[in-house]
Each structure stands twice: as structure tokens, then as C-alpha cells.
Design a protein around this ligand. Structure first.
Ligand code: NDP
Length: 319
């Protein structure tokens, strides 16, 4: 390990990342809960980091010779990329390789929420079909819906493309309108919610998007409204969402992400109009392998060629 570059992995990491890092680098792994318990000698040796969305400013400050932080995931809200940039530390993420998987899962969650397919399967498995007769008709249908995308970036655009053959109407809101789409633009989240009956959130966690889905947006969505979140849980005021579902302010919701996951608000569990997944939108073996490879390939590219494959916008380098 004498002349190998030291790369730190604080906490949990995909096994393929660990395996490939161990081949190319001197891998320093620290366990969950003890992430930054390092000796001065270890801290000084570390030049690269691979993390699953956790690298706050005070951790970055502990690594005087860090050059690059490679994040496992396209969302890097747990990595203080702005603080890293002020110290000349580069940050990469894993865009594009997960677009198709996340978009496919979103369509699945949308249909499961509207047609209650998970509840229908539970009904069958509990033997109720034979005893009680057919599963109750679902009040909602995807037919004739008007879907609004909050966020129309790499993943949002793939969701929109998949929705076109479903013959729904499509609108969207982003801060900057896109010039390359014909979907109707709405000037804010509330304006979007007013104009549609189905809202899909696929925006990053930022100070601006914190609880952007609030009581006002849900009221604007209306009693036939369906809300789907595959972006980040911090975008949602969960108390307002629970109230909206209980009072029929909206009809149904489907969530893959939560405000303080894996903690789920106690009141969510008995809501039949709420469909929930444990943050699995990109969680297939092939897609997670592609993400793992991109994490390692960024580190290898940096330490062999001083270039990055997928730097985040805050990072002051061109790729
Ligand atoms: P992109 O950066 O390509 O797209 C982000 C979109 O959000 C853009 O259209 C952007 O438009 C819009 N946006 C950003 N800030 C705001 C704002 N304040 N108001 C309105 N719109 C905003 O990201 P990706 O599509 O690659 O990923 C999106 C997010 O999805 C990730 O950051 C991640 O958090 C989440 N994600 C969740 C997964 C899961 O497992 N559930 C898997 C993968 C990603 P503009 O800049 O013009 O506002």
C-alpha cells in the first residue's frame, strides 16, 4: 500500500465500490457511527472519498489533503459541495446511469397508487377473493389525467417521455423553462398544482425546495388529486400531506422518499390512500452496479488523468 493513494469510505457503501476501490487504491473503511474517528496520520493520508450521500462541512474540514469526493447517487444533498468548492475539493455524483430505472419505478408507483394494485394483491394473498368476492373497484383511474412534473431534468424528462403513450396531458414547473419540450409550463409549484390533477415531484433537496409541497399546493391539487414523490422527502410537509389525505383534500399519494427516512410518520401506516416504497427507485442490481462503477471511475480518472467524468455544478472544474 506504500505508494497507493488512500481513499476513505465513511459508513455504508455498495460492495462493488469497495471491491474495485480495494484493487486500485489503499482503501480505508470506517464503520457507520464511527465515520470520522481517524488518527491524524490517517486523516493526512486521505486524498479521495467515496460516500453514500454523507459528507458534511465538518467532515470535509477534517481531511486536509482531500482532493475529490465521489458520491454514490445523483442526489448529493448530504455532501456539502459548496463548502468543498471553497476548499478546492471536487465532488462527483452518478447522473444519467439511473434515469431509466427511476423513471420506470415512478410509472409503477403511479399506477400502484391510482389502481391500488399492492392492496389488491394483499387481498388475494389473504384469501379474501374466494371468501368475499372481487376486490373493490378503485375510485381513481389514470385515464384522462393531467400530469404535472415538478422538475423536468434528466429523470423528469424520462418520466414525461414514458407518460406520453399513456395519453395523459403533461405540464411542468422548473425555475427555468425548457426550450426543447412542448409540455405546458407553469410559473410555480402552486400554479402547476392548480392546473393539473396529478403531481410528480422529481426535484433535488435544496433550501429552495424544502417543504415546497405544502398545504397550499395540496389544496390546489384538489380532491381528485394524486401526489407522487420520487425526488426527496425534504420537499414535502408530511404533516400537511397526512392531513390532506385524511380530509380528502387530495385523493391519493405515492411516496418513495421521506422527510426523515427510514423513519415514517406513524400516521402514514393506516392510510389506505397512501402507497409507500422504501426508497427503491434506482434499487436494481444492474442500475446500482452502473452507479458503483461511475463512483470508482471518477476517482480513477481523477488520480490518473486529473479529470472527472461527472462533476457536480458546484465543483470548479470542467469535465
Ligand atoms: P437534474 O438536476 O437533472 O434535474 C433537476 C430538476 O429539478 C431540473 O428540472 C431543475 O430545473 C428542477 N429544479 C431544481 N430546483 C428547483 C426549484 N427550486 N424549483 C423548481 N424546480 C427545480 O436532476 P435529476 O433529474 O438527475 O435528479 C433529480 C433528483 O431526484 C435528485 O437530485 C435526487 O434527489 C432525486 N432522485 C431520487 C431517487 C430515488 O431513489 N427516489 C433516485 C435518483 C434521484 P431548474 O434548475 O430549471 O429549476
Amino acid at each position: 500500500t506504500d505508494n497507493k493513494i488512500t481513499v476513505l469510505v465513511p459508513g455504508r457503501m455498495h460492495p462493488r465500490v469497495l471491491e474495485r476501490l480495494a484493487q486500485a487504491f489503499d482503501l480505508l473503511q470506517t464503520p457507520v457511527g464511527f465515520e470520522m474517528q481517524l488518527t491524524d496520520e490517517q486523516r493526512a493520508r486521505i486524498r479521495g472519498v467515496a460516500t453514500t450521500n454523507k459528507m458534511p462541512a465538518d467532515w470535509i474540514d477534517q481531511l486536509p489533503n482531500a482532493e475529490v469526493i465521489a458520491n454514490f447517487g445523483v442526489g448529493y444533498d448530504g455532501v456539502d459541495a459548496r463548502h468543498a468548492a471553497t476548499k478546492g475539493v471536487l465532488v462527483t455524483n452518478t447522473p444519467d446511469v439511473l434515469n431509466d430505472e427511476v423513471a420506470d419505478t415512478t410509472i409503477g408507483l403511479l399506477l400502484n397508487t391510482i389502481r391500488r394494485l399492492p392492496l389488491a394483491e394483499t387481498y388475494l394473498r389473504e384469501g379474501r377473493w374466494e371468501k368475499e368476492g372481487p376486490f373493490p373497484l378503485t375510485p381513481l383511474s389514470l385515464k384522462n389525467r393531467h400530469v404535472g412534473l415538478l422538475g423536468l431534468g434528466r429523470i423528469g424528462l424520462e418520466i414525461a417521455k414514458r407518460l406520453e403513450p399513456f395519453k395523459v396531458k403533461l405540464s411542468y414547473h422548473t425555475r427555468t423553462p425548457r426550450k426543447d419540450v412542448s409540455y405546458t409550463y407553469a410559473s410555480s409549484a402552486v400554479e402547476l398544482a392548480k392546473s393539473v390533477d396529478t403531481l410528480i415531484s422529481i426535484i433535488p433537496a435544496t433550501p429552495e425546495t424544502h417543504k415546497i409541497i405544502n398545504a397550499e399546493v395540496l389544496a390546489a391539487l384538489g380532491p381528485n388529486g394524486v401526489f407522487i414523490n420520487v425526488g426527496r422527502g425534504t420537499s414535502v410537509d408530511e404533516e400537511a400531506l397526512e392531513t390532506a389525505l385524511r380530509q380528502g383534500t387530495i385523493a391519493a399519494a405515492g411516496l418513495d422518499v421521506f422527510y426523515d427516512e427510514p423513519k415514517i410518520p406513524a400516521g402514514f401506516f393506516d392510510l389506505p390512500t397512501l402507497c409507500m416504497l422504501p426508497h427503491v427507485a434506482s434499487a436494481s442490481v444492474p442500475t446500482r452496479n452502473d452507479m458503483a462503477d461511475l463512483v470508482v471511475d471518477n476517482l480513477i480518472k481523477w488520480f490518473s488523468e486529473k479529470q472527472l467524468l461527472t462533476a457536480v455544478p458546484e465543483t470548479p472544474v470542467t469535465t
